[in-house]
Ligand binder design. Structure first.
Ligand SMILES: [Mg+2]
Length: 482
């Protein structure tokens, strides 16, 4: 499937914001709702206890699905389902935290010979014994299923229900996964938030009930669902309530407020809803990220996000892109290697270096990264083998053609500002330092010294010969500096 730059950004956002919601909620799990005027942050702790920024079982189980999807497997095939169950089981053996229902099913399935078939059988047996198998544990991990079947909604519906049933026999859990995956697919393709697009895939007998539940979610704030959001229905309602009842800000570049801030505000609302905070926010994050993209995830969150099996924000986005057949080999990479640009100091701040990718890479033709650099900020896609060992790294990819270009530029500038305030020396780079690097550098310089942005840009271009901004970057800078 040929995806546009913005669609690809939303593919990455689906996994990245799942993890962001999960890690944001981790420190508040099973606590009462947090009042609206109190901040929430990635404080860590919770059941793990987890490190600040560390994601929990929700994202880990989603990653296991994503890894199998990234091999190109059809998630409906028994072979892919076996692989998913196997990956879950080996993750669960050392997991800091795992849902009760999922643990019971995986343990029993392993005793009976681990496979998708034995997992389904044990999930059903648990349902027959207890009648209580509509926990939120299959909904929390469902987002990558949508990425695996972006091109085929019917296949997606089948895969979402099938993967849910590996641990959750109750059809309500399958319904929720179908609804959420259909909404994620729709959001990735169109940028729209609409949880009702999947209703036509819900069997007639239950469809009206779901309509009522979605209406109720839109009439209440997330704390209304706190007492029972371990139930898949209330978890979906809480997540949708956080999204639908949190106002979407109007773009106001001079005030530094953007529509894209809705992703952060709605995730904070999901966490403030209380009780199963990480799961509700992980669920909400899958859909919010699918609508707003990875570029709408605040830099502070990307900097600290991490978790099983040793991934960070950049690697999570790469994993999501691999599911949809990216990354294609970046263009111009060879040209960059053949004429690497030496890092130069920012004309308005000695503690910021500007340059291209070559200074970051381990490669025979690389140029040196100044020793004093503490952290590198990448504004372009960076591959696993392209970061010199031991370099602290912050991935803030900006692509021309992003719908939230102004937000993304300001997000990068805010990162530089805070890192400098913390006394860090920063290396700001993209591939060639001809467009994105000078744009961020100019806005940084203009804000730091109160300069007209054109003057700041002229100074930066003076230091980076050959730099030339695209029209969209130029107009985004103008709007941001008015
Ligand atoms: Mg969790």
């Amino acid at each position: 499937m040929d995806l546009s730059i913005e669609q690809l950004d939303r593919v990455g956002g689906t996994l990245l914001a799942t993890a962001a919601g999960d890690a944001l909620g981790a420190g508040y799990e099973f606590e009462p709702p947090v009042p609206e005027d109190q901040p929430v942050a990635m404080i860590g702790g919770g059941l793990g206890p987890f490190a600040p920024g560390e994601w929990t079982d929700d994202t880990a189980m989603a990653i296991a699905i994503a890894e199998i999807a990234a091999t190109g497997a059809d998630l409906r095939s028994e072979q892919a389902l076996d692989a998913i169950v196997d990956r879950w089981y080996w993750w669960a053996r050392n997991a800091k935290d795992i849902g009760v229902q999922t643990r019971n099913v995986l343990t029993a399935a392993h005793a009976a010979g681990l496979s998708a078939k034995s997992a389904r059988r044990e999930a059903e047996a648990l349902h027959r014994r207890t009648g209580l198998t509509a926990g939120n544990g299959s909904l929390m991990r469902t987002a990558p299923v949508a990425l695996a079947h972006l091109d085929d909604e019917d296949a997606l519906v089948e895969a979402a229900r099938t993967i849910s049933e590996l641990t959750h026999f109750d059809p309500e859990a399958g319904d929720a996964c179908v609804l959420w995956c259909a909404a994620i697919r729709h959001a990735v393709l169109t940028g729209e938030l609409d949880v009702r697009v999947g209703l036509r895939h819900i069997p007639g007998g239950r469809r009206e009930l779901w309509v009522t539940r979605i209406d109720a979610a839109e009439q209440n704030r997330p704390p209304a669902f706190a007492s029972k959001n371990g139930w898949v229905v209330a978890a979906l309602q809480a997540a949708w309530s956080a999204i639908a009842t949190t106002p979407v800000p109007d773009d106001d570049p001079t005030a530094g407020v953007f529509r894209a801030d809705h992703l952060r505000l709605a995730l904070e609302a999901a966490v403030r809803g209380g009780h199963d905070t990480d799961t509700v926010a992980a669920i909400a994050g899958g859909l919010l990220g699918a609508a707003y993209g990875a570029s709408a995830v605040p830099w502070q969150w990307r900097q600290v996000l991490k978790g099983w099996p040793g991934l960070n924000a950049r690697l999570l986005v790469n994993l999501a892109e691999t599911i949809v057949g990216e990354p294609k080999p970046p263009r111009h990479r060879n040209a960059e290697l053949n004429r690497p640009r030496r890092p130069v100091r920012h004309p308005h701040d000695d503690g910021v270096w500007l340059g291209g990718l070559a200074a970051l890479r381990n490669h025979p033709t690389s140029v040196d990264l100044p020793d004093e650099v503490d952290v590198a900020i990448s504004l372009c896609r960076v591959g696993d083998d392209e970061i010199r060992d031991g370099t602290a790294h912050l991935d803030l990819r900006i692509d021309d053609g992003l719908p939230h270009l102004q937000y993304a530029l300001l997000n990068a500038v805010r990162a530089v500002e805070q890192l400098r305030a913390d006394g860090q020396t920063v290396y700001l780079h993209c591939e060639h330092a001809v467009d994105r690097t000078p744009a961020v550098a100019a806005l940084y310089g203009a804000r730091r010294h109160g300069l007209p942005v054109q003057q700041a840009l002229d100074d930066v271009i003076g230091a980076l010969p050959g730099a030339e901004l695209t029209e969209s970057l130029r107009s985004a800078l103008e709007r941001l500096s008015r």
